[in-house]
Design a protein around this ligand. Structure first.
Ligand code: SF4
Ligand code: SF4
Length: 84
């Protein structure tokens, strides 16, 4: 199983920014308490996802949570089931 057969299902999840990794401001959404998450567009996917290639456009600066998300993990399999 690999990400190439998946339409970036995990990039529709809410991604909280818990460490500073250099995510560009335009992709950050803040709540009234100062909490930061990756902005998502109306189609549900993260604003930093390339809609054509389904790849992350800020890979080098992606949030900690995206780095930790493991292919084949319970969360991954769960997301694939829901979306694909
Ligand atoms: S980690 Fe899982 S849900 Fe995310 S793109 Fe890869 S296969 Fe899809
Ligand atoms: S920052 Fe990149 S890896 Fe993380 S949810 Fe957005 S597109 Fe996906």
């Amino acid at each position: 199983m690999s990400c190439s057969t998946c339409k970036a299902s995990c990039c529709r999840l809410e991604v909280m920014l818990i460490t500073e990794t250099g995510v560009p401001e335009r992709y950050i959404q803040r709540d009234e308490w100062g909490g930061e998450v990756m902005a998502r567009l109306s189609d549900g996917w993260c604003a930093a996802l390339d809609r054509h290639t389904m790849r992350c456009t800020i890979y080098e600066n992606r949030p900690f949570i995206c780095r930790e998300f493991a292919t084949g993990s319970y969360e991954c399999l769960n997301e694939r089931e829901v979306i694909n």
